[in-house]
Design a protein around this ligand. Structure first.
Ligand code: ZN
Length: 202
């Protein structure tokens, strides 16, 4: 494995040199450089390119590739997987409390399997300096290029449409991925409902 610092060099030039090195797999952080992104998308046709990108979710990462001028058809062809990671506030395990949902919360979670289940809320104790929270919990979820997604990409559907379709297909992302964490009391009911609201607004 080789690691190359981009330093003050032009990102596209550095990537070009790396690609000419003939590596089968290249991992990089996307710097926002359009030329570098185009090179990466082109190179992904013949080798494994792993790109870390700051985005709202797994769809947002795909959208970043599209915004950089990658055509929908090309992105659909080269996409292997889009993995999202997000940090959520973790409930303090010492003082968290299980309770039934309020009417407002039930309304917010209507249509999901969580409506009738007790969830957890923060309380506050000496262990968590009365905040009710202790650290963060990473949440991961992955989006694979299934037919519904590649079809929409080829038609260059707007990002909002991609997100709606993902929810419809049960691959919505953060909210669905967070279900188990909410049931187990790792995250608060309010955190889960916030993710639900984001999903509905998308
Ligand atoms: Zn506590």
């Amino acid at each position: 494995m080789h690691q190359v610092e981009i330093g003050s060099g032009k990102p596209a030039a550095v990537l070009g040199a790396v690609l000419r090195g003939g590596f089968q797999a290249v991992a990089m952080r996307w710097s926002g450089d359009v030329e570098m992104a185009r090179l990466a998308v082109d190179a992904a046709a013949t080798r494994l390119i792993i790109v870390a990108v700051g985005a709202q979710d797994a769809i947002g990462a795909i959208d970043a590739a599209l915004m950089l001028g990658g055509s929908g058809a090309v992105v659909a062809d080269v996409l292997r997987i889009s993995v999202a990671q997000r940090m959520l506030p973790r409930l303090c395990p010492t003082c968290r409390r299980s309770r039934e949902l309020t009417v407002d919360e039930q309304t917010a979670l209507r249509g999901t399997t969580l409506v009738d289940q007790p969830l957890f809320e923060p309380v506050g104790c000496d262990a968590c300096q009365q905040t009710g929270y202790a650290g963060h919990q990473p949440l991961y979820w992955a989006l694979e290029p299934r037919p519904w997604l590649t079809d929409l990409l080829r038609r260059r559907a707007p990002v909002g449409q991609l997100r709606q379709a993902a929810v419809r297909e049960g691959e919505g992302g953060a909210f669905q991925a967070a279900h188990d964490l909410a049931r187990q009391g790792v995250i608060a009911a309010s955190t889960l409902i916030e993710l639900r609201r984001e999903e509905l607004q998308a």
